[in-house]
Every structure is written in structure tokens, then in C-alpha cells.
Design a protein around this ligand. Structure first.
Ligand SMILES: Cc1ncc(COP(=O)(O)O)c(C=O)c1O
Length: 347
């Protein structure tokens, strides 16, 4: 019963098969000039219904840092949620890739930031060049607290960002889960809502090591090949990334996987909520369930072999936790066995 993360599960068999097929073919060029990578970019452009540039990298951390480096000068500032992965989980990688930009975390209760909060933060930027230059807003579409931005919320943030001369970056480590949850077209929650650059994640949803920086604002892609190379993120055997991306997108596998993970999260969340002693303080909108458990139940689940993380009670805001309660996170994957969810709910 492993609910620790969506990366504890493996590679989807169809993606593994695509890797094996790529492995049998020695005719491909290297360093991104292979046919699989070119076709993957075309396929992604079809999925989004627009012109775009796609640059595969190995990790979500690299995707975020490199994407931001194309949008933000070394003396710039990036506004994001205080719990954003770029702010608290990437060991200053965005600062490294941007050459020193400042990441400004803005607090809010549900993982999302709103225009008013950024406007408030901007009021502190009134000393000209003595402050960093506001340059980008970065949002995580399936947030670090399991909520999902609506199209209207992204549009509102984009309008503010544009009005203030900033770009909009989206961390889409769980982009598929957001699209599946919203039931919208990928375009609606990305470029049509004003997103300039997207970190398009696939690893958590069935790929082996595949994230892509996707630029909808094509100007940002200029010189990006140099940035990716300097960042050590240009694979010589890019065909294995292209092959994964093609298989991930083929016949909607990416959304099928995400729908399954989201569905299991809903089942788990609703099942837990039925237990009198459990609270679900944040809405389960994608594939993560945040719950407040009585310590006795937590100990029982752990003794039965359930694996999941304790989460910081600070995210709960005022009210917080009682002494005999714990705040935890369960993550559901495309490959989580349904029986594991049922077994956990029976405990
Ligand atoms: C929201 C979010 N962004 C980015 C990442 C980074 O991914 P990686 O671990 O591949 O660097 C993660 C991984 O947990 C994540 O949850």
C-alpha cells in the first residue's frame, strides 16, 4: 500500500514498449535531431492546437529552472505560492539556472495564489533597482496542496502578470491530472489562459524520465538550446525521450492515466471522509488526498504497511491540528492497485 508519491510506481507498459522499440533502431540521429523527438514535438503541438517549442529534460526541477531562466533576468523576481516546489523543494535550482533571480513565496490557504496577493506583494517593490525586478509569476497547476487552478483563475493571474510586465510560468508536473480534473482542452488551461511557458510533466504519470519545457511564447525559445546544453540537460540519446513522449501522448494515454489516478484519489478521499474521526481539510481535486487523521488511526494504517507522508500542519493555517491528530498526504498513481485503496479504507 504505497501512497507516498506518484513516482513510486513504474513506467507504463506502453511507454516501456516504446523504449524497447527505440532501442532496436540504431538509425536515429542524436542530440535532439532524431525523428522521434521531432515527431513528439509535432504531436504535442497537435495536442495543444498551437505552434510551440518543446525541449525535453530529465527532471521537473530542471524544467522549472530552465523555463524560468528564459523568462527572468538574474536581477528578477518570481512570484509563486509559499509552498511551491520551486520555492521549497528545488535546492535553489531556479536561482542557479536564472543566475540569481529571487523567488518570492506568497502565502494562501489552498495552494493557489490570487492576483490580489501578488498585487500586495508588489507594493513592497517600490525602491527601483534596490529591489529585484518583478519578472514572472509561477503557478503549479495541480498545486502542492492537491487543488487545481480553474481556467478563470489562470486567466486572472495572467492578466495581472501581463499588466505588470511579467511572464506566466506554469509548473505542470501534474499537468495531465489538472486537465483530467477540469475536463477542459489542454489549450484552455495553458496558452489560451495566458501561460507563456509550461513545465510539462510525464514522469509522475507513467514515463521513465521525461519532462518537457514547452514554450507557447516562441520568443522565449530563442537560445534555449544553449541554456539546456549549459544546464547539462541535453541527452545525446534524445530518441528515448522522444519515444516516451510519443507513447505518452498516443491515443490519450496521458489523460487515461491521469483520470485513473484522480478517480482513485476521489474514492480514497470520499471513503476517508465517511470515517467520523477523519477530516479532509483541502478539496481532493486531482490525485492527491490531504487528510487529518486521529493518531490512533494513523498508527493502525502504518502498522498495516500503508506508506504515505506526514505533511506540515502549517499548511492547515489557523485552527491547525489537535494534539492527537496528524496531517498526512496520500498520492495516487495511474498504477496504484485499486485493492490497496479498498484495503486502506477497511482499516
Ligand atoms: C509540483 C512539482 N513540481 C516539480 C517537481 C519536480 O520534479 P523532479 O522530482 O522530477 O525534479 C515535483 C516533484 O515532486 C513536483 O511535485
Amino acid at each position: 500500500m504505497n501512497f507516498a508519491s506518484d513516482n513510486v510506481y513504474g513506467v507504463h507498459p506502453k511507454i516501456m514498449a516504446a523504449l524497447e522499440a527505440a532501442n532496436r533502431d540504431a538509425t536515429h540521429k542524436s542530440y535532439g535531431y532524431d525523428d522521434l523527438t521531432k515527431r513528439a514535438e509535432e504531436k504535442l503541438a497537435g495536442v495543444f492546437g498551437c505552434d510551440l517549442r518543446m525541449f525535453c529534460v530529465a527532471t521537473g526541477t530542471a524544467a522549472n529552472g530552465l523555463a524560468l531562466s528564459a523568462m527572468v533576468p538574474p536581477y528578477g523576481a518570481v512570484f509563486c505560492h509559499a509552498e511551491a516546489h520551486i520555492a521549497v523543494d528545488e535546492c535553489n535550482s531556479p536561482e542557479l539556472f536564472t543566475g540569481g533571480a529571487k523567488i518570492i513565496g506568497v502565502h494562501s490557504g489552498n495552494g493557489k495564489i490570487a492576483p490580489a496577493q501578488i498585487e500586495r506583494a508588489l507594493k513592497g517593490f517600490n525602491k527601483g533597482e534596490h529591489d529585484p525586478k518583478p519578472a514572472a509569476v509561477s503557478i503549479t497547476v495541480t498545486t502542492e496542496l492537491g487543488t487545481v487552478y480553474s481556467v478563470a483563475e489562470v486567466k486572472a493571474l495572467s492578466a495581472l502578470a501581463k499588466a505588470k510586465g511579467m511572464g506566466l510560468h506554469m509548473d505542470g508536473a501534474r499537468f495531465a491530472n489538472a486537465v483530467a480534473a477540469l475536463g477542459c482542452a489542454p489549450a484552455d488551461i495553458s496558452w489560451k489562459a495566458g501561460v507563456d511557458a509550461l513545465s510539462f510533466g510525464a514522469t509522475k504519470n507513467g514515463a521513465m524520465f521525461l519532462e518537457a519545457v514547452v514554450f507557447f511564447d516562441l520568443k522565449l525559445a530563442e537560445d534555449f538550446t544553449y541554456r539546456r546544453m549549459r544546464g547539462g540537460q541535453l541527452f545525446s540519446k534524445t530518441r528515448y525521450q522522444g519515444a516516451q513522449m510519443l507513447a505518452y501522448l498516443a491515443d490519450g494515454l496521458w489523460l487515461e492515466n491521469a483520470r485513473r489516478a484522480n478517480g482513485l484519489a476521489k474514492t480514497l478521499s470520499e471513503g476517508l471522509a465517511k470515517k467520523n474521526s477523519v477530516r479532509i481539510p483541502l478539496p481532493t481535486q486531482a490525485n492527491e488526498v490531504f487528510a487529518v487523521l486521529p493518531r490512533a488511526l494513523h498508527e493502525k494504517l502504518q502498522a498495516a504497511g500503508a506508506v504515505y507522508y506526514d505533511w506540515s500542519p502549517e499548511c492547515l493555517g489557523p485552527g491547525g491540528l489537535a494534539e492527537d491528530e496528524v496531517f498526512v498526504r496520500f498520492v495516487l498513481s495511474f498504477a496504484t492497485p485499486e485493492e490497496d485503496v479498498e484495503a486502506l479504507l477497511k482499516l
